[in-house]
Design a binder for this molecule. Structure first.
Ligand code: IMP
Length: 421
């Protein structure tokens, strides 16, 4: 029986999962998203075109695959429709390739309003969410008041919707948050009808049957491990389990059915929104990473905060995810750097530690190791042997420190700019 391979971001999201899933999908028959929602923005570039996927799995571009939106995902019909119609307009046949779990939860217009209201109420302590209603939708799921995709088929759906809406409106009133959702609501109901043309399934059966029939399955994570609701830098996290175990609960796959775990990281770090970021750079090197790496949010357009690679955090992510292969992205961004730094430990209140701390609120001074820059264009390399020695030293240091091989190195946004070892 086949196993499910999982691909995950190991930092604060935006590691470049879209591109790698697209590179990996030719060898998989099923690609499934297991958590998150339209807070994600998976960017793919090929044949000179750029696409951003939010809720639809990245396997959609390959043709002939089964793409599944799993039960662990939260789905906004309006944003889903925009995304699906955009793909259909560029010639991708979605109906034959995409199915959606009936157990995935629906993001309502009032969830988006609640997201904004909670953020406004937090003031300077705000999380800096993507504003897509993610937190309030997962809150309803856990408090057993959520609405699922399968409920759309219920004859009394309008009553189910109105009950949830009334509950949300009471909270919005208590937060003094005024908004007019009538236009969005009308579009929401049209989009909910549109959603029904897709195959609405019990994705746990679909996936386990695929495994039993020896079909290969890739589970595609969204966000990153350091945004996990349990293990990330809480409370500055997203509201789902972005770790590998999230693929089990978000798809209905047993832990012993997990195979390879691909962990994807950038050769430096970025973060959007608030929250601790020990290796953040506030100088011209941070600015260079941002402009050379085009570090602006795919969903919100926000500037990403940039800093050096953090091995303390990376090793922590590898541990909780059980990563078996590493994939390194965007090293080409540092092509012209004289020196490159990597944090190998933290100093907190004068004490050195290699552990990712419970709370990263106070002052953390990273302990850095410095490397000579490679000062050449990595994008020209077609194989690992063609990389300069300074770059190989960097890669092999990461492998030694983490104990996990770096199997794929991406040196540019296009599918073709990928070195596999
Ligand atoms: P939410 O997921 O919209 O509730 O946002 C919670 C936190 O996760 C915020 O700091 C967001 O910036 C961050 N976040 C959510 N989705 C992504 C993503 O796809 N990439 C990077 N950061 C994300």
């Amino acid at each position: 029986m086949k196993k499910v391979d999982v691909i995950l971001g190991l930092q604060w999201g935006d590691e470049g999962k879209g591109k790698v899933v697209d590179v990996l999908t030719p060898s998989y028959q099923v690609v499934a998203r297991f958590q998150g929602g339209p807070n994600a923005g998976h960017t793919l570039e090929f044949n000179g075109e750029k696409y951003v996927l939010r809720s639809i799995p990245s396997g959609i571009f390959q043709g002939g695959k089964t793409n599944i939106i799993g039960n662990g995902v939260v789905l906004d019909p309006v944003l889903f429709r925009e995304e699906a119609e955009g793909l259909a307009a560029s010639g991708h046949d979605l109906r034959a390739q995409l199915c959606i779990s009936k157990k995935a939860h629906l993001i309502l217009p009032t969830h988006r309003a609640l997201d904004a209201a909670y953020e406004a109420a937090k003031g300077s302590a705000k999380i800096g969410t993507t504003g897509k209603g993610i937190g309030p939708t997962y809150t309803d799921k856990i408090s057993r008041t959520g609405i699922r995709v399968g409920d759309l088929l219920h004859p009394d759906f309008r009553a189910i919707y109105d009950r949830a809406k009334a509950r949300h409106e009471a909270v919005l009133r208590s937060l003094d948050y005024a908004c007019d959702l009538s236009e969005l609501e009308a579009r929401w109901f049209e989009a909910a009808e549109y959603l029904k043309q897709f195959r609405l399934i019990d994705s746990e059966y679909e996936i386990n049957n695929a495994l039993a029939e020896d079909r290969s399955v890739l589970a595609e994570g969204a966000q990153g491990t350091l945004l996990d609701v349990d293990f990330g830098s809480y409370p500055f996290v997203t509201s789902s389990n972005t770790v590998c175990a999230g693929a089990c609960t978000g798809l209905g796959v047993a832990p012993n059915r997990i195979g390879e775990v691909y962990g994807i990281f950038k050769a430096y770090c970025t973060r959007v929104g608030s929250g601790p970021f020990p290796t953040e750079l506030f100088d011209e090197t941070g600015d260079a990473l941002r402009s050379l790496g085009h570090e602006f949010g795919a969903v919100t357009g926000r500037e990403r905060r940039c800093g050096w690679l953090d091995l303390v955090a990376l090793k922590y992510a590898i541990m909780v995810d059980g990563v078996t292969q590493l994939i390194m992205m965007k090293s080409d961004v540092m092509n012209d750097f004289e020196t490159i730094r990597v944090a190998t430990a933290y100093e907190i209140d004068g004490e050195r530690t290699e552990r990712f701390p419970y709370s990263v609120e106070g002052r953390i001074d990273p302990v850095y190791r410095e490397f000579e820059g490679w000062k050449c264009d990595l994008r020209q390399a077609k194989s690992y042997d063609e990389f300069p020695p300074q770059f190989k030293t960097y890669v092999e240091f990461i492998e030694r420190e983490t104990g996990v091989p770096v199997k794929i190195i991406s040196v540019g946004p296009d599918r073709s700019e990928t070195v596999v070892r």
